[in-house]
Design a protein around this ligand. Structure first.
Ligand code: ATP
Length: 302
C-alpha cells in the first residue's frame, strides 16, 4: 500500500519539562479519509503543524507523497491544502471576491474560482458578504481557499469545531465528495469520535502524545470485540451464574441478563450446552455492543 503521509519516530517538545509528542508513527494511505482523533491537548495540532512545516522538526521523519518533508518542503506544499487556523477571510467581500484574491496569490487559473465555489457549495451566494455567512459557510469558504491550487492532500484541523448539526452534516458531505469525486486524500482531526466515525475510513488515536491505535474502523471494532462481553438471557440467572462460576467464569446480572467476559467459541458452546442439559432455557445470547465512543473512552482512559 502506498502512503500519502508517513511519519516515523516523530517526537516534539515546546519546553524541556513537557514531551508533547512521543514517537508518533502515522500512516495515511493514499485515497482515504483519515481521522486523527484525540482529546484536547493530546498533540493533534502539533503533529499537523509539523507535517506542514509550520514547526521545526526536532526528532523523527515525515514523508509526504513519498518524499521527505525536510528536503522537499516546497514541492510537497504545492500539492497540499490545509486549514489549521482560520485563514484571513475578508468580511466585507463576497465568497467569489475572497477567492479571487487568493487566486492571484496562488497564481492559479481564474476559472478555478468558479469550480471551487461549486465544490464547496457556495456558488449561489452571489454578492452576499462573508460577514453575513454562517460559521459553516465560512468554514467551507476556508476549505475553498485551500482547494484553489488543486491539492492532492488536504490537512484539516478540527474543521467541524463550533458548527451546528446542519453545518456538521454539510461539512461531512463536502469532505466525502472531495475524497470520492476529486480523489483527494484527507486527514482530519477531531476530539469527537461521533463526528468522525461517519466520515472516515481510517483512524489514528492519539493520547498524551502517543498513538494508541491506528487502522481501519473495522480493525478497531474487531480488536475491541475480543475484549467485549457476552450477554445471556435465561429463565434462571442464579443457576446459570453458578454453572459459569464452576468453570471459573465470573458473571454479573445487568438488566435481568447475565453478563460475562468474552469466551472462546468452543468454551462458550460447551457452557451453553451444559446449561441446556441442566434444563435451563436460554432466550438470547449476544455480544454486548460497544459503540466506538466507548472504545475511544476506554483507549484514552477517560
Ligand atoms: P486541541 O484540540 O486542544 O488543540 P491538540 O490535540 O491539538 O489539542 P496540541 O495543540 O498539539 O493538542 O497541544 C499538545 C500539548 O502541547 C498541550 O499540552 C499544549 O498545552 C501544548 N502546546 C501546544 N502549543 C504550544 C505552544 N505554542 N507552546 C507551548 N506549549 C504548547
Amino acid at each position: 500500500m502506498s502512503y500519502c503521509i508517513e511519519t516515523r519516530g516523530l517526537s516534539y517538545h515546546y519546553s524541556k519539562q513537557e514531551q508533547v509528542l512521543n514517537n508518533v508513527h502515522l500512516k495515511v494511505p493514499e485515497g482515504t479519509i483519515y481521522g486523527f482523533l484525540g482529546p484536547n491537548g493530546a498533540g493533534k495540532t502539533t503533529t499537523l503543524r509539523l507535517m506542514l512545516g509550520l514547526l521545526k522538526q526536532q526528532q523523527g521523519d515525515i514523508e509526504i507523497f513519498g518524499k521527505k518533508m525536510s528536503s522537499h518542503r516546497m514541492e510537497i506544499l504545492q500539492q497540499l491544502g490545509s486549514l489549521i487556523e482560520s485563514p484571513s477571510l475578508y468580511g466585507h467581500l463576497s465568497a467569489r471576491e475572497n477567492l479571487l484574491i487568493w487566486q492571484t496569490i496562488y497564481k492559479c487559473d481564474k476559472s478555478r474560482v468558479e469550480e471551487v465555489l461549486k465544490l464547496v457549495g457556495l456558488a449561489e451566494t452571489g454578492k452576499k458578504k462573508v460577514s453575513k455567512f454562517s460559521l459553516g459557510m465560512k468554514q467551507r469558504l476556508s476549505i475553498g481557499v485551500a482547494l484553489l491550487h488543486s491539492p492532492k492532500l488536504l490537512v484539516l484541523d478540527e474543521p467541524t469545531n463550533g458548527l451546528d448539526p446542519q453545518g456538521i452534516i454539510e461539512m461531512r458531505e463536502l469532505l466525502r465528495n472531495l475524497n470520492r469525486e476529486e480523489k483527494i486524500t484527507i486527514i482530519v482531526s477531531s476530539h469527537l469520535l461521533s463526528e468522525i466515525e461517519k466520515l472516515v475510513t481510517h483512524l489514528g488515536i492519539i493520547y498524551k502524545g502517543e498513538i494508541q491505535f491506528q487502522g481501519t474502523l473495522e480493525d478497531l471494532k474487531k480488536a475491541r470485540s475480543q475484549a467485549g462481553k457476552i450477554v445471556v438471557e435465561t429463565n434462571n440467572n442464579p443457576t446459570f451464574i453458578q454453572l459459569l462460576s464452576s468453570h471459573g467464569v465470573s458473571a454479573v446480572v445487568e438488566d435481568r441478563k447475565v453478563v460475562f467476559p468474552f469466551l472462546e467459541k468452543e468454551k462458550l458452546g460447551d457452557l451453553l450446552s451444559e446449561a441446556v442439559h441442566k434444563g435451563l432455557k436460554l432466550y438470547e445470547v449476544s455480544p454486548m455492543k460497544e459503540d466506538l465512543e466507548s472504545i475511544f473512552m476506554e483507549i484514552t482512559n477517560q
